[in-house]
Write a protein that binds this ligand. Structure first.
Ligand code: FCB
Length: 466
């Protein structure tokens, strides 16, 4: 069996991580990441996203690279304060024009742009008014979405509302290690969370109302995923339960996002856990939040492994010291995509798109001028084989977006984590396609059938035709 003919093969990246936030003669407004990059110790090594991959000026070269790798789709995001420097009101025409040019170049290259409306670069001007804690915040977002949709929806048909609320609220407002760097109590965290959910719902409504072409809409959440320790029914059930239950006050509990969006209610166990510190739900809110979406996006990198313990409860199995890990120290759990997509599909019966998956490797340019990254080829082979297995078992997975097309600014980790299929030398801005990039091209062109190869590593780079 190979992948369905209409399966979409793509790569993803995000505005702040590649564009360079100051590469437009400062016409853009600042985002909370610009603000936090100025704080000593916030980002590893004092790195910033001010220049990043200079994609703002080099997007044409980057689109040519994407074309050379046969990408069918590219998931990009829009930097909100680039188009609306104050977050609302006056438009920066040059900023909007950049996204129009980017979308046009992609389409000319035969690559479908899938647009994420918010990938964490929140306008400082709105943060100063309370940001996600302000009860107007979902309307601010909807106004911004309307502007973008009016400009781009004659060419863009696939939209994501918010990228990973668990990160921008959980890491940004609860643990504080992501921008805006707040450490709030549960009550405030849930207020921000609820406003983000409302923003998602209002964005879906806005896209449906103003899109010039029929739109396909999803979100790209992330959450703690689980795989069963064995294929026994008991371990599978334990992993399923672990995935959907609210375990603690973390925003990484899958149901805290999925249930409001897909079932129109917060999960009971979570409401019980938070008690009076739960989200401030007003009449009508849940209807706004649970607007019909077309697919569930999933950003998945790794999972915990779960078995059933002696009392019949899910128990997390710890990984031994010698367990394979990426440069980020994330465990390599190839079954993650297979089981997560299966559990989600069984429960919500919605098409699934893998909106992010990949790994960081400490890659460098070798003496032969190329970048050899067999671990990435191996990792992707294993994880994407899980997608294939899930499809074989009847899970409706529509596409796969590798993170990321190029090395980039990895938030609080700065430039220390390289996730790209393309290596970026941040001093010279030279791009070098890694072996895994050529492998991915082969994978796309073969519609996934090179996964069958006994040795996937043989598919780079000489037979890639690049
Ligand atoms: C995800 C983010 C993305 C990138 C990857 C590695 O959580 O959405 O921007 O940083 O992790």
């Amino acid at each position: 069996m190979s992948f369905p003919d209409n399966f979409v093969w793509g790569c993803a990246a995000a505005s702040y991580q590649i564009e360079g936030s100051t590469q437009d003669a400062k016409l853009s407004g600042e985002s909370v990441w610009d603000m936090c990059c100025k704080k000593e110790g916030f980002v590893k090594g004092g790195d910033t996203g001010y220049v990043a991959c200079d994609h703002y000026n080099r997007y044409q070269t980057d689109v040519e690279i994407m074309k050379s790798l046969s990408l069918q789709a590219y998931r990009l995001s829009i930097m909100w304060p680039r188009v609306l420097p104050e977050g609302t009101g006056k438009v920066n025409a040059a900023g909007m024009d950049f996204y129009e040019r980017l979308v046009d170049s992609l389409l000319e290259a035969g690559i479908d742009p899938w647009v994420t409306l918010f990938h964490w670069d929140y306008p400082v001007a709105l943060f100063n008014k309370g940001g996600w804690l302000n009860s107007d915040s979902s309307d601010w977002f909807a106004d911004y979405v309307k502007l973008v949709v009016e400009k781009l929806s004659d060419r863009v048909t696939h939209w994501f509302t918010l990228n990973e609320p668990a990160c921008f609220i959980g890491l940004g407002h609860q643990t504080g290690n992501h921008a805006p760097g707040l450490q709030l109590a549960d009550r405030e965290v849930n207020r921000a969370w609820h406003n983000a959910l409302l923003a998602h719902g209002k964005a879906v409504k806005t896209i449906r109302e103003f899109s010039k072409k029929p739109a396909r809409i999803g979100a790209a959440p992330c959450f703690l995923t689980s795989v069963p320790a064995t294929e026994s029914q008991r371990d599978i059930e334990a992993a399923r339960q672990y995935l959907f239950k609210i375990r603690d006050n973390s925003m990484f509990n899958a149901s805290w996002w999925l249930e409001p969006v897909l079932s129109g209610k917060y999960p009971e166990d979570g409401l019980a856990l938070f008690g009076e510190n739960g989200p401030p739900i007003r009449e009508g809110d849940m209807d706004i939040i649970s607007q019909e979406i077309d697919f569930i996006g999933c950003n998945i990198y790794h999972s915990v492994t779960v078995k059933e313990d002696e009392s019949g409860q899910p128990e997390v199995v710890s990984y031994p010291n010698d367990y394979p890990r990426t440069h980020f120290n994330w465990p390599v759990t190839p079954e993650a995509l297979r089981w997560s997509s299966k559990f989600l599909y069984e429960r919500y019966n919605k098409p699934i798109v893998i909106t992010e998956n990949g790994l960081s490797v400490n890659d460098w340019v070798a003496v032969d001028g190329e970048v050899h990254d067999p671990q990435r080829i191996d990792f992707l082979t294993r994880y994407i084989s899980g997608v294939k297995e899930a499809i074989k078992q009847g899970v409706d997975i529509r596409g796969y977006f590798q993170w990321s097309i190029m090395d980039n600014f990895e938030w609080a980790e700065g430039f220390s984590q390289r996730f790209g299929l393309v290596h970026v030398d941040y001093n010279s801005q030279k791009r070098t396609i890694k072996d895994s990039g050529f492998w991915y091209k082969n994978l796309i062109e073969s519609k996934g059938s090179i996964l069958e190869a006994t040795n996937p590593l043989q598919h780079w780079p000489s037979d890639a035709g690049a």
